[in-house]
Design a protein around this ligand. Structure first.
Ligand code: HPA
Length: 275
């Protein structure tokens, strides 16, 4: 795995040149933001050694390096989900490559179902913590001690300073930001009403099928993490209506302007000018 990480990193260094310090992962329906990157160098995942190829609908599957809000960023337009059949270490692979490239901050976004009864579709939620309900973990297996510790702390997985920046960005833009706990289910089935009651009882505010593996791998290798969910629907059993993938994409697309403004401002505040 270490050799594969290094080969992917060497390839990207050659393609991208100086690598940005902040990487952004765009979730379902939110990938359009990558089109706003200026001075873009676009690398399809299929060209990067050992990178998996994304099969999720409307996940474009490319890495875009360039500028957003004047700051240099590396954007993953499309991520790898466990439900696609990728082994956990492949889901986390890009994060480890970012680390090898010198990335310091990882900003993850996703579409999520609202489990908190006070939430509404279209809300943005700053992730304060997560619950891993899957029994999966990308760090299972031999530990590379040069990357991170065998046993590592997750008590501040979502960086307090980056969260403060996100709150500030939301306030400046007049956007209400919820703040809550994200619970990870593997999918691809949406949850049952009973599973949502379970998650809510355990303290979850939103549920989704991504992000947690990347966060665990990122904390392991010392990246500072920020996560934001776009609540695209109320989770199962809250409303008397089925949940559909179309609805998820429709709501995230509808919130694109606000989401874009929020992400841009956060990037601007989180990356020093000139970098
Ligand atoms: N459950 C899981 N993942 C999701 C949901 C949901 O309700 N909405 C968007 N992603």
């Amino acid at each position: 795995m270490k050799r594969e990480i290094e080969e992917a990193a060497a390839y990207l260094r050659a393609r991208v040149g100086e690598v940005p310090k902040l990487a952004l992962v765009l979730g379902s329906g939110l990938g359009g933001l990558a089109d706003e990157v200026e001075e873009a160098v676009v690398v399809p995942y299929g060209e990067i050694p050992h990178f998996p190829v994304s099969t999720a609908p409307v996940h474009a599957g490319r890495l875009v390096a360039g500028r957003l809000a004047g700051r240099r960023v590396l954007v993953m337009q499309g991520r790898f989900h466990f439900y696609e059949g990728h082994p956990m270490e492949r889901v986390a692979f890009p994060v480890r490559v970012f680390r090898a490239l010198g990335v310091e901050k990882l900003f993850l976004t996703n579409a999520a179902g609202g489990a908190n009864l006070g939430y509404a579709p279209g809300d943005f939620m700053l992730i304060s913590d997560h619950i891993n309900l899957t029994g999966q973990n990308p760090c299972i297996g031999p530990n590379d001690d040069s990357t991170g510790l065998r046993f590592f702390d997750m008590s501040k997985a979502y960086d307090p300073e980056l969260r403060a920046i996100a709150r500030r960005a939301g306030k400046e833009l007049g956007l209400e930001l919820r703040e809550g706990v994200y619970a990870w289910f593997t999918g691809p089935s949406f949850e049952t009403p009973a599973e949502i009651r379970l998650a809510r009882t355990l303290g979850a505010d939103a549920v989704g099928m991504s992000t947690v593996p990347e966060v665990i791998a990122a904390v392991h290798c010392g990246l500072r993490v920020l996560g934001i969910s776009c609540v695209t629907n109320m989770a199962a059993g809250i409303l008397d209506q089925p949940i559909t993938g179309e609805e998820v994409l429709e709501i995230s697309a509808r919130r694109r302007p606000e989401f874009s403004a929020l992400v841009r401002r956060i990037v601007e505040l989180a990356v020093q000018a000139g970098r």
